[in-house]
Design a protein around this ligand. Structure first.
Ligand SMILES: [Fe+2]
Length: 469
């Protein structure tokens, strides 16, 4: 569960060693001071008439309070869920009622994404790997790891490119839209190689308090990122479209080479469960709303009482945005719920703007284990990172976004290599080119939009030359 980083880092390796504690302020990272120039930035962004934003903020507080009633009443059941088979039977699309719920809630549980036997086999492979190489594989915390610095095990690579995972990710991507010229291909999913969690019963170290990934101050500071939230900054947050990808693919999500930041644009974050675990078992918590919390978070620092300070209320350069009871009580105190009980092979996806957290303690008798796997469409940023990740994969070194422990280098047999990947895995890892249909069109059968076509051509160009099989 990683925080996002960006395009200034393209080509740069985050040349540090460490673990998750370098990412989150509440795990020990030190918040950098906010420069006074943020006062000027805030004053430039805020509408000239302060009453516009104040009124909009009051409306969003009221909306959150109203929504909190249903969230409190329904608890985890407020999160929509669907059997994987229902996506297949609906031709790879989410049924309309589920799609409408995800657009509001931002989050979805997919039941049986991976069959239970396969999910259990993935877990056993990983446990065997850790047992065999306990002296070299590191994790957080160092003395009793709950999150392991493993990225390229055969099990992780197989799960990321499992046809069912791709089907679910692409079904979710269809909730998003862009102009036909936007250089993005939502019909292919690239592999972002992230960590895994095996959180032991009783563990209280791997608690993550409320936060939003995908950068922090960048949502205010980067002019392109700001365009994604234009309606919010105008005080018309009700008109904000959380599923418009048009400006997101060019947004600068990591202006400060954030340690632990994610260089890919993850349209949804996600994990696949390797446990049978429920609320209280150290699992994910979310605010099951996507538009209102982001409107609240972005507008509040621009209100009169805060406008003379550089403070962005929990957002610091190079870190994720912390969402706290002090700064965001209507979200954290009233609207957070745990995800419902999940079984081996169930998956959870959550929107890139979603406020989320990890329960403070695993109170259950089982480990709470997941493979972190986001949905990452084809766009320049993602193709560029995939190339750098591919180089590390071939060497067996740690992927570029993560602490350079290279502790997988000598776990032969457990680690995937180009020769162990199947065709789907090779495509997702950037080892083979994306198919380019012969003609351009406007979403007729077999055709691509101009932007989609450009994204694929650009992808193949960036990743050329492809390694020989
Ligand atoms: Fe996160």
């Amino acid at each position: 569960m990683l925080v996002t980083a960006p395009a200034t880092t393209t080509g740069a390796t985050k040349a540090h060693q460490g673990d998750l504690s370098s990412v989150f302020v509440h795990l020990g990272a030190k918040p950098p001071a906010l420069d006074p120039r943020f006062i000027k930035l805030k004053q430039e962004i805020a509408p000239s008439d302060p009453s516009v934003l104040q009124a909009a903020y009051e409306r969003v507080v009221k909306a959150l309070k109203n929504e909190s009633l249903e969230i409190r009443q329904r608890g985890p059941n407020v999160i929509p869920e669907i059997p994987f088979q229902s996506i297949v039977e609906n031709n790879g699309r989410l049924p309309d009622d589920i799609a409408a719920q995800v657009k509001k809630r931002g989050v979805l549980v997919v039941r049986g994404l991976i069959d239970e036997t396969t999910a259990k086999a993935y877990k056993q492979q990983i446990l065997d790997c850790i047992d065999a190489h306990r002296d070299t594989i590191v994790g957080f915390p160092a003395d009793k790891p709950q999150a392991w610095e493993l990225y390229f095990t055969k099990a992780q690579c197989a799960c990321r490119s499992h046809p069912n995972f791709t089907t679910a990710a692409l079904a979710l991507n269809q909730l998003w839209h862009a102009t036909s010229e936007t250089e993005v291909d939502l019909e292919n999913n690239l592999c972002y190689c992230d960590r895994l969690r095996i959180r032991q019963p009783g563990d209280a170290t791997f608690a993550l308090s409320g936060h939003v990934d995908g950068g922090s101050v960048e949502r205010w500071e980067d002019p392109t990122y700001r365009k994604c939230y234009q309606k919010i900054f105008e005080g018309a947050w009700e008109e904000h479209d959380s599923f418009d990808v048009t400006h997101r693919v060019d947004a600068e999500m990591d202006m400060y080479n954030s340690p632990g930041g994610c260089s890919m644009y993850r349209i949804f974050q996600g994990w696949v469960s390797l446990s049978s675990i429920g609320p209280g078992g150290g699992t994910l918590k979310v605010c099951p709303l996507v538009k209102e919390p982001m409107a609240y978070i972005l507008m509040k620092p621009l209100l009169e009482p805060h406008l003379q300070k550089s403070d962005l209320l929990g957002s610091w350069p190079g870190r994720c945005s912390d969402i706290t009871p002090e700064n965001h009580p209507e979200i954290i105190n009233d609207c957070m719920v745990s995800v419902p009980h999940v079984n081996f092979g169930d998956a959870v996806f959550w929107h890139c703007d979603q406020v989320h957290a990890v329960e403070p303690k695993n109170e259950s008798n089982c480990d709470s284990s997941v493979l972190y796997i986001p949905s990452s469409p084809v766009c320049r940023r993602n193709s560029e990172y995939l190339k750098r990740q591919r180089d590390m994969f071939i060497k067996g070194w740690t992927p570029p976004d993560f602490p350079a422990n290279n502790c997988e280098e000598n776990i032969e047999g457990f680690r995937a290599t180009p020769s162990t990947l199947d065709a789907n895995q090779k495509l997702g890892m950037g080892l083979t080119p994306l198919p380019i249909p012969p003609h351009e069109g406007h979403k007729e059968e077999g055709s691509l939009t101009p932007g989609q076509r450009k994204a694929r051509l650009q992808h193949n160009q960036i990743l050329s030359p492809f390694p020989t099989p």
